[in-house]
Design a protein around this ligand. Sequence first.
Ligand SMILES: Cc1cc2nc3c(=O)[nH]c(=O)nc-3n(C[C@H](O)[C@H](O)[C@H](O)COP(=O)(O)OP(=O)(O)OC[C@H]3O[C@@H](n4cnc5c(N)ncnc54)[C@H](O)[C@@H]3O)c2cc1C
Length: 400
Amino acid sequence: MISGAGIAGLTAALALEAKGFSVAIFDKAPRFSEVGAGLQLAPNATRLLARLGVLDRLMAQAVLPDALYLQDGTNGRPLLRMALREAAETRWNAPYLVCHRADLQAALAATVSERPAIALRLDSSVVSHRAGGDGAIVQIDAGDRIEEHRGALLLGCDGVWSARRAAVEHDRSTTFTGHIAWRASLPREALPQAFETALPDSISVSAWLGRGVHFIIYPVKAGKFFNFVAITRGRDPGREWSSKGDSIALAAAFSGWHSAIHAIIRAAADEWTFWPLFQINRPRFILGDRIVLLGDAAHAMTPFAAQGSAMAIEDSCALAVALSRDEAGWPAALARFNKERLARVASVARRGSLNRFAYHTAGPLALGRNMFLRSRPPERFLADLDWLYGYDGTGFRSNE
Ligand SMILES: Cc1cc2nc3c(=O)[nH]c(=O)nc-3n(C[C@H](O)[C@H](O)[C@H](O)COP(=O)(O)OP(=O)(O)OC[C@H]3O[C@@H](n4cnc5c(N)ncnc54)[C@H](O)[C@@H]3O)c2cc1C
């Protein structure tokens, strides 16, 4: 049984079905919505999506960016160009792609609907769980009635505010990071001229860097739309998610920045949404004998390494491999899974902290950063990412 049909829940269902399990997924949402914005999916995630039979479907809506550019936020000068598309093919053997979160969720859900051993129920909130016999028992609020379901295992894939985790841990494991992600998207034809001329090209990811803030730009929806993410500091607004953002406040946070960024902030003035970023301080996968957390519920992290969804996908495939032995072997396999995944997500979180420091630094340190980015061969920066994007350690090989 899986609580939550986000990226972790749907991927886990597919990976488990591929290993011969029957799966029931419950999500409290009445339907999948277009809420959300762009996602970057690095080769460590796309190689698994290919093996799950999801990648081809997603490709129709995704974009394969040519390169990642780092640019100085104040004058727009390029600091580094990394040839992502070529490196993805030659170094990491899987594509690096960007897409809308809703398109990834839709591709996963469409694949789930083709697998008779997976039952997906929307409008079904998991309200409680307990151990029962050799498994777990959950109560589902299905609107007009409460149902009870039993299974060999319960996966809590219910996101950063996981109710499954909260039911066991009574402390505050989720904290505000001090950062806000502002997201917007615009159709290609609505892009302001000043922006188009400042962009290195229209099929790449560019990250503009500055004191305490950064701004990310890339195409989504098969290139028909552009996605923008601005990261700033901000106060803790409580459990707010995807509310309307004030573009005047956003422009003030980017005061002194290149006119192309201000042109975008203005052009998307009615589109900005405001996403306070929360993280889980003590990542944890095993919640009880028969209860495992995956994805954001286990280890929500800041988005500075752009690996939130990728970690959910890796978790799911690694768990399916751990459970693909007979039940008597589960405790040892889960202990190994727990150890390996905790080490992996800790490394990725460290990389995110390093990116944040490098992106947001100011003064003499920023000058040093810029010199370093300009003078070091791009090949060396790509090699630094081999451990992250070249990773194939989940043991998940195919959906046979
Ligand atoms: C609406 C939304 C939009 C997002 N947009 C982006 C984005 O644009 N870019 C990005 O990098 N990241 C985005 N994220 C975060 C990103 O999806 C996650 O970091 C990553 O995908 C991990 O996914 P997850 O499945 O662990 O969690 P989530 O994607 O948060 O999914 C959790 C799921 O659990 C369901 N759920 C919660 N409680 C219960 C319950 N009690 N019973 C049943 N179901 C429950 C929720 O409805 C949701 O579908 C978004 C998350 C959400 C919820």
